[in-house]
Write a protein that binds this ligand. Structure first.
Ligand code: BTN
Length: 254
């Protein structure tokens, strides 16, 4: 992978044939030198790719795209996690819709990319604290996509999917994702992408089950609020989820 960034914003791009995890490499890189502008790390494969909640992320060669964006936090260490994650999801969707305009791509809150209920990608954002000020100094936004139809391992067979039946131009896609991400990041606190995020939501208006901080919640996903949180109408009233995972979504009638 080369990721030619035509007209790109000012950022550095590092590419590798194989890494254990692009997010982990970003941490290592940051521990070795000051990082004052975005650094993008791309790998053709990951041997220990990981996702949220300590899960592994299957990252074979050729059929996927794995990258991390390491970036310094500017606004005195303050980050709005709900907006950053929803904004990243939307940036990835925008880049993908350019090459795959007819794909029924949806975002399953917070940030799973799904097509026909199958997970085709995920985002793992990690915050790095400055030891002295104890404020967030950097963010690592990891993006993993299953690009091309493949044989998934047994544990993923029923839940994973791919974005395309034929190979995609990974360099161009990587460049588009980075460009869309940096554009979104410049103003992400405004949440200006939220109306679009809501349109791409796989859950709004549906009966869902979610697991948040070890608690199971069931109800109808009502809205994504201005902080990127999910509002769920339950029997006990409206509940706001700021983190967690949706474990079930009601499907369309057959
Ligand atoms: C999830 O599904 O919970 C998030 C998956 C994130 C995977 C990407 S692949 C690039 C980056 N490196 C990692 O080890 N994880 C992220």
């Amino acid at each position: 992978i080369q990721a030619n960034l035509a007209n790109s914003a000012d950022c550095e791009i590092l590419t590798f044939a194989s890494l254990n995890s692009t997010n982990d490499y970003a941490k290592q890189y940051l521990s070795q030198q000051p990082v004052t502008k975005p650094v993008v790390i791309l790998a053709d494969e990951q041997t220990a790719g990981h996702g949220r909640l300590g899960r592994s992320f299957y990252s074979p060669k050729t059929t996927g795209l794995y990258l991390s964006i390491l970036l310094p936090v500017t606004a005195n260490g303050s980050v709005i996690p709900g907006l950053l994650t929803t904004g990243t999801g939307m940036a990835v969707v925008k880049a993908l819709q350019k090459v795959l305009p007819d794909l029924p791509l949806r975002l399953k809150w917070i940030n799973d990319l799904v097509v026909h209920q199958r997970k085709c990608g995920g985002i793992l954002t990690e915050a790095i604290n400055d030891l002295e000020s104890n404020q967030i100094s950097h963010l690592i936004v990891g993006i993993g996509l299953n690009l091309v139809t493949q044989d998934f391992p047994a544990d993923l067979k029923d839940i994973a999917g791919a974005l395309s039946k034929t190979p995609l131009d990974r360099n161009k896609l990587a460049a588009d994702i980075i460009t869309e991400f940096l554009k979104m990041y410049a103003t992400y606190e405004t949440g200006d992408f939220l109306p679009e995020y809501r349109r791409y939501s796989a859950v709004l208006g549906r009966q869902i089950q979610a697991n948040t901080r070890g608690k199971i919640i069931t109800g109808v996903a009502q809205d994504i609020d201005t902080m990127g949180h999910l509002l769920v109408a339950t029997d006990q009233g409206l509940t706001t989820l700021s983190s967690g995972e949706i474990t079930k979504v009601q499907l369309d009638p057959a």
